[in-house]
Design a protein around this ligand. Structure first.
Ligand code: 5GP
Length: 190
């Protein structure tokens, strides 16, 4: 999506060979006008979705935006820490390695908020190695829900997560796809 690519070139900051910071419009301050346009564009690629699934925290705003465009379907976000009132029998859970922290931890979704045969769309802000998205796919599989697709705001293609999702036969759409970083600049896939 040209608008998002232009904004990344203007305001994104390449931190090292791995990380792009987009705090001024996606991850800390959110440009809601841009968010609405990105969400409309991504939502237009999917039909018949019952529920949008994401992971706290940065995916939530985009998941809600896309869910509104899909007819105000419900959103459920996986939690990174388990609430005291939940025991293991009440949750679907999966171990996920954090790309930014390089450590693994459990993510959880309460069984009441994800159901068999529901058509789910997984949404996240970034796709790097694909661990977060694949963890969410695994949780949907545990619930016997159907993963209809994965919608990503910024995919870093060179980190391989996109290919892992495509290899599972899952429909992947990304609003901006980064080929790599060159001299601290973002290079997009043509
Ligand atoms: P993955 O699980 O695909 O390796 O990484 C995706 C998750 O890591 C996203 O949920 C996102 O929060 C975080 N992430 C990965 N790469 C970046 C990045 O370049 N910038 C930011 N801000 N977050 C990232």
């Amino acid at each position: 999506m040209k608008l998002l690519e232009e904004r990344i070139l203007e305001d994104g900051r390449v931190i090292n060979n791995e990380i792009l910071k987009v705090d001024s419009f996606i991850n800390h301050q959110i440009d809601v006008k841009l968010l609405n346009q990105v969400c409309e564009e991504l939502a237009s690629k999917f039909k018949g979705i019952d529920r949008v699934i994401t992971i706290e925290t940065s995916g939530i705003a985009f998941a809600v935006g896309i869910a509104q465009c899909l007819g105000n379907v419900d959103v459920v976000f996986a939690k990174k820490s388990k609430s005291l009132i939940l025991d293991d029998s009440n949750v679907y859970k999966e171990e996920v390695k954090s790309f930014t922290r390089k450590t693994s931890s459990q993510i959880y979704i309460d069984k009441r908020y994800l159901h068999e045969n529901e058509k789910c769309l997984i949404v996240d802000d970034f796709l790097a190695e694909g661990n977060a998205a694949i963890g969410l796919i695994s949780i949907c599989e545990q619930a016997k829900a159907k993963v209809e697709g994965v919608a990503i705001i910024v995919e870093k293609k060179f980190q391989g997560g996109g290919q892992r999702i495509i290899d599972k036969g899952i429909h992947l759409e990304s609003a901006a796809v980064i080929e790599g970083f060159k001299d601290n600049k973002v290079v997009f896939v043509k």
